[in-house]
Write a protein that binds this ligand. Sequence first.
Ligand code: FAD
Length: 383
Amino acid sequence: MIELDLQQEIIHEAEQFAASEIRPYAQQIQEQQAIPESLIRAMAQKGYLAASVPTEYGGLGLGPRSYGQLTEVFGKALPAVRSLLTVHTSLVSETLVRFGTEEQKSSWLPKLVSGEWIGAFGLTEPEVGSDAKNVKTEWREEDDAYVLNGTKKWITFGHLADVFIIIASKYGRSTAFWVERKFDGVLTKPIEGVMVGGETGLAEIELHEVRVPKSHIIGRLNEGFEYIVTGALDQGRYSIAWAGLAIAQEALDSMVTYSRKRKQFDQKLHHFQLIRGMIGDAVTKVHAARALCLRAAELREARDPQAVMETTIAKYFTSKIAVEVANDALQVHGANGISNEYPVSRLYKEAKILEIIEGSSQMQQEMISHYGLKAYYKRGGGV
Ligand SMILES: Cc1cc2nc3c(=O)[nH]c(=O)nc-3n(C[C@H](O)[C@H](O)[C@H](O)COP(=O)(O)OP(=O)(O)OC[C@H]3O[C@@H](n4cnc5c(N)ncnc54)[C@H](O)[C@@H]3O)c2cc1C
């Protein structure tokens, strides 16, 4: 991890980058349903695509707290751009840093760091979502390779990515494979007609007799769920926790600004108590969400085992309040709220995604309640 002062300088520079290179084009990116390659290249040049990758592998070397703040900066400017960090950086690059062999890291990480390769993470399938332990994509061993067959769905940047971490199974045990787009039998199809997320190259990936060299396994054979999926989703959840905070904060900023400008009944909206009620609630939720994100960051920096649960709690809470705050922000904007001219309609739709990805809110509730039932049980306690 680099010096804290340096980390904060990077965040400050990223704010300026987001203000000049992303915000002015947010509407255009949404209309074109694609993040321009020039923007991806510019982000890579600044090192943002490898923000949390250690400097020894060419990354920026940000610690969890600063990386979270960076995620917030991009998430406020445009959630689709923040998705690049969540998928390419948190799910793929961090997984390689954590679980890859030195040989894999030295040959693949430089390409991810420079943006020559964009990475995607393929777990979900048409018939398997929350029950991720039971993926149907299969592998078999054949001479010097593993051969993969199956279909992945809802893969962010799937249509754009050069490399994929693909989770496949045999006898009910999962393994993580490093699959390159150029391998024979890899076909990606864009998913169209979505309410939101069209800019992120959502795709279905078909794998037909794809021969993967034996050197392309991440972690160990048959231990893909316990280590790679669990580890990657923890990293992804940390990113989504800050993504939820970003949407909620941006929605709060918009709500306050609009209420101080718009007049009805000869008064600015913020004079009405019912509007102030929404603002008061939104401020409280955003502050609570920030506290949870910072707590998760602190525990991750200390490598405390409790960090995983606190990250889950932060992800669950921030995605929930992002939906609530974006909903209220849209309400405060009245009819203007549904117009593309204001950012709140986009925030409203983007917030909803966060309750579904990296484990749905119901799955987070399951995990949190499981933890709570153990942690807060007073053995021998009263009624
Ligand atoms: C925009 C977007 C991007 C995505 N990107 C990726 C990606 O890059 N890579 C990838 O692998 N996947 C990705 N996904 C898929 C995502 O991870 C899944 O959608 C998610 O895991 C939920 O699975 P599902 O949609 O199949 O819902 P299902 O699992 O079918 O669940 C449907 C509903 O039932 C609830 N439910 C399911 N099981 C239980 C239970 N036991 N108890 C209570 N409620 C339950 C769920 O919470 C949900 O509300 C993406 C999805 C979206 C929308």
